[in-house]
Design a protein around this ligand. Structure first.
Ligand code: NAG
Ligand code: NAG
Ligand code: NAG
Ligand code: NAG
Ligand code: NAG
Ligand code: NAG
Ligand code: NAG
Ligand code: NAG
Ligand code: NAG
Ligand code: NAG
Ligand code: NAG
Ligand code: NAG
Length: 765
């Protein structure tokens, strides 16, 4: 205690305190701790103030120091530096400071702002067990966010803005069920966001802007209390996050988001501020955002949004800031944005709007740019009489060809029974690959913290694998694939899985598989057959890996081909299925790093789950490729001509094209010849009329469908099958067109089937 009072002034003060304020029952230890804290902080103003008001608990609050007590305990301390003060100190011992704080057992609110605190947060922070609110903004704290915080079970608010924290947003953050505010703005936090964020049901404010975050934002759709989400100035994306529609403020500016916004925001009835500026969105801009009931601030500048605005569009009454600059918008600036009301700021430079005053490009610019990313809806190429002739010749022969194809239907039913697999809602993984190679028990611990829908990716024990497959019993064998046998497995918790057995060709240790396992652990997405874990089997002599077992979820409902040929789905369902395939491909290519390309996706390795959603089951993993057993030429349209072609993202688009052939024509496509015949047929169909197209379309599509929608998908299909890779659309482009086709389909059935607003934008032109 003597040590704490180096300054005679403070000692005097302390003495006076004890004498005068005997009525104050603040325990000795707490008062002493408080004075120690102030000495450590060396805060000139607080000492002066203390001089005037000696009773700590009835001390008059001011912006620089506020203390609150409840009965005989100090419960709150707010201290803030002021101009110049931070630079004077800079020598504060964090250890000493927090050691003193632990002597305040009832401290609920701790706010140390702009005090020049430096270095990592000490572990003793975990002893402040009553803490509910922590605000350490604008210091120079660094290091990772300490694990010891986990000891603070009452934490509700954590604000660490404007520091230099590094490391990742910790995955254990998800266990603070009471957390309402989490703010880490302007730090150096990196990596991807943990999916456990989705468990913070009470979260109201999540601010992570100005960090180095990347990857997809986990599904936050369950956070019904979330009002403010600020993820600006990171590298997140490309998929627009899934969010609850009660959100009030959404800031995603300066990230790498590219798609998924169009469909989702129109129902956000409480949204006041939307800032998606400076991303990479290549989408249709939904003008309905302008008229959201609460919208006040809308900024979409610096993207590639396209679409046509109309003079008569409406704006929300509170809308007072709009920035549409530097997109590819065409049409007329809506009258409601043109009003001269000074209190409404409107920017729209760098578009192709026809009646604005701010600098615009010519219409052709936006159209060409849109075309460059191939986002324009169908353009009718009128080639006149030639087409008709072509139709009558090619049409006849190809239709005949198609009929021949139709005869050869084969139902390659999978050996799957009807097991219960769980619906997967999560795709993010939060595992550290190096750890995956270590201790299985430790991993199991972490698995408990894993995302809700799907257990975390983990390391299985060989015994678990053997038990699950009854020691690889024949009855569990699903198939002898080209990568080795695949077994059905039943885990101890009754979950059904499929287990791919890979016999390893090269003798290598576990470490050599770090990258493979890392890649595998990322294969988690609603439209993928997701990886659940792996298991190594070792050679006894030298402990190199002899076999690797890859554990995937078991997807029960057969293949896409079975579905198309067997269930005769409606046109709407066909488009929906195509969209899901495209989303799966998009995730493989852009949702994980490194992306997976040339995945050889076919209607026979696209599976359906129990709710008939699509899951891709074909990945171009190096691990699989280098340990392939039989190099049989697998049947499939792409194999022959395309195997040599450079592996790129467009080869998946080609595969998707083949899938679209089957989906539209409803016939099995098994060779390159089939592809070219049906493709020719489609080319003719595109130029012909509705009746001719109806003949090309699978006759099983008997329910009503809009011809326009079929035509759009046919065009997309033909483009996807272009011989020149550069002529094939990007996967984003594919998705856009499919969404467009779905939209036509939706509006055809009236409004009831869709909650998307029917927009006049699409139909004009
Ligand atoms: C920092 O503290 C050390 C001893 O703890 C002292 O020697 C040094 O002068 C202090 N520096 C400043 C800038 O106060
Ligand atoms: C003050 O803190 C002590 C120690 O935590 C606790 O036992 C006591 O109940 C607290 N008093 C009040 C009124 O909160
Ligand atoms: C944290 O900051 C302290 C002092 O400001 C510095 O000495 C230390 O190297 C920093 N640590 C890290 C991990 O950046
Ligand atoms: C903090 O708590 C740990 C155990 O919870 C204890 O060992 C340690 O002594 C405490 N530290 C202080 C400064 O009270
Ligand atoms: C944290 O402190 C900063 C600076 O005083 C303040 O602006 C902010 O509102 C505080 N946050 C909370 C949640 O109290
Ligand atoms: C970010 O924090 C640093 C100090 O760490 C500060 O100097 C800077 O002004 C902050 N940036 C913003 C935009 O607030
Ligand atoms: C995060 O940054 C640290 C350095 O601060 C680096 O070692 C680490 O690899 C980074 N992690 C990720 C996932 O980028
Ligand atoms: C985002 O970062 C850019 C540069 O990296 C900076 O100019 C801008 O002020 C930042 N925006 C915000 C809101 O911090
Ligand atoms: C957007 O909404 C559609 C359905 O309305 C949904 O399927 C999709 O996952 C949503 N996307 C995001 C990013 O929330
Ligand atoms: C807006 O104008 C277009 C033609 O310019 C018209 O088709 C549409 O019905 C109008 N919408 C409303 C709501 O008046
Ligand atoms: C300007 O707009 C604001 C709301 O954005 C409204 O309150 C105000 O009445 C308007 N003024 C005029 C002159 O229209
Ligand atoms: C959202 O909540 C539902 C119902 O509690 C749950 O089934 C689902 O897994 C949750 N989704 C996520 C992403 O956590």
């Amino acid at each position: 205690m003597e040590k704490a009072f180096k300054s005679p002034f403070l000692l005097l003060l302390f003495t006076i305190l004890l004498q005068i304020h005997f009525s104050n029952q603040l325990p000795h230890s707490q008062l002493q701790a408080f004075l120690t804290i102030h000495q450590i902080l060396n805060h000139p103003l607080t000492i002066n103030s203390l001089d005037q008001n000696i009773d700590v608990c009835s001390f008059e609050p001011n912006p620089y120091l506020t203390v609150a007590c409840y009965e005989e305990n100090i419960t709150q301390i707010h201290t803030q530096g002021f101009n110049g003060f931070t630079s004077i100190s800079g020598n504060i011992s964090m250890e000493a400071l927090f050691a003193a704080l632990t002597a305040l057992p009832a401290l609920k609110v701790l706010s140390f702002v702009s005090l020049g605190l430096r270095g990592p947060l000490p572990q003793t922070i975990g002893n402040l067990s009553s803490l509910e609110m922590l605000n350490l903004s604008s210091n120079q704290l660094n290091g990772t966010i300490p694990f010891e915080l986990l000891g603070l079970r009452n934490l509700q608010t954590v604000v660490l803005d404007h520091n230099q924290f590094t490391g990742q947003v910790p995955f254990w953050i998800g266990s603070f069920s009471g957390l309402t505010v989490l703010s880490l703005k302007n730090n150096s936090v990196n990596g991807s966001l943990p999916s456990s964020l989705a468990r913070l049901e009470n979260l109201r404010i999540l601010q992570l802007s100005m960090n180095k975050l990347n990857g997809e934002v986990p599904d936050l759709g369950n956070l019904t209390n979330l009002q403010v989400l600020d993820l600006g100035n990171n590298s997140l994306g490309p998929k627009f996050p899934t969010l609850h529609n009660k959100l009030v403020t959404l800031v995603l500016r300066r990230n790498s988001f590219r798609f998924g916004m169009t469909d989702n925001l129109s129902s956000f009835y409480q949204l006041k501020k939307l800032d998606v500026s400076n991303n990479e969105f290549v989408e249709l801009f939904l003008p309905s955002l302008l008229s959201l009931p609460m919208i006040g601030y809308l900024n979409i500048a610096g993207n590639k949004f396209h679409g046509m605005l109309l003079h008569n569009m409406t704006c929300g009454v509170d809308l007072n800031f709009v920035d549409l600059s530097f997109n590819y918008l065409t049409g007329d600036l809506p009258a409601c944005l043109k009003s001269r009301n000074k209190s409404r700021i409107v920017h729209y430079r760098g578009n192709c709007l026809s009646n604005g005053r701010q600098r615009q490009h010519r219409y052709a610019f936006c159209r060409n740019e849109a075309l460059a990313v191939k986002i324009l809806p169908h353009k009718t190429k009128d080639n006149g009489s030639k087409v008709v002739v072509a139709m009558s010749i090619v049409g006849a022969t190809s239709l005949a060809g198609l009929m021949v194809l139709g005869v050869g239907l084969v139902f390659s039913k999978h050996a799957f029974k009807k097991p219960q697999t769980r619906v997967i809602l999560e795709k993010a993984t939060m595992m550290y690959p190096s750890k995956l190679l270590l201790d299985a028990r430790e991993i199991c611990q972490m698995a408990k913290l894993g995302p809700l829908g799907l257990p975390a990716y983990r390391n299985f024990l060989l015994d678990e694998i053997k038990e699950a497959t009854a020691n690889f019993d024949e009855s569990h064998l699903i198939t002898e694939g080209s990568y080795g046998p695949v077994y059905k497995g039943i885990l101890a918790n009754d979950n059904l899985v499929s287990i791919q057995c890979l016999k390893v060709r090269k003798r290598r240790g576990t470490q050599a598989y770090t990258h493979d396992i890392e890649l595998l652990s990322k294969l988690r997405h609603i439209h993928l057959v997701s990886a659940l874990g792996h298991c190594f089997e070792y050679n006894t002599e030298d402990s190199t890996v002899s076999r690797i077992y890859l554990v995937f979820e078991l997807v029960p409902n057969g293949t896409l081909r079975d579905f198309i040929l067997g269930q005769k789905p409606s046109w709407a369902k066909r488009i929906a299925v195509a969209v899901e395939v495209a989303k799966g491909i998009q995730f493989l290519q852009t949702g994980m790093i490194p992306g997976l390309y040339s995945n050889n996706i076919k209607t026979t390795n696209v599976l359906l789950d129990h709710s008939l959603h699509v899951k891709l089951n074909s990945y171009n993993l190096p691990l699989l490729a280098e340990n392939k057993v039989n190099i049989l030429p697998s049947s499939g349209a792409k194999e022959n001509g395309k195997a040599i072609v450079k592996q790129d993202e467009k080869s998946d688009v080609y595969d998707l094209g083949v899938i679209l052939l089957e989906i539209i024509a409803g016939s099995e496509i098994t060779s390159d010849n089939d592809v070219s015949v049906v493709k020719d047929l489609f080319e003719v169909g595109i130029k012909a009329d509705k009746i001719a197209r109806k003949q090309i379309l699978d006759p099983a599509v008997h329910r009503e469908y809009p011809d326009n929608s079929v035509k759009v998908v046919m065009e997309l299909c033909v483009r996807s099958l272009s011989n020149d890779h550069n002529d094939r659309p990007s996967i984003e482009d594919v998705l856009w067109n499919l969404h467009f086709a779905a939209q036509i389909q939706d509006s055809y059935h009236g409004d009831a089937s869709s909650d998307r607003p029917s927009s006049p934008v699409f139909t004009s032109q």
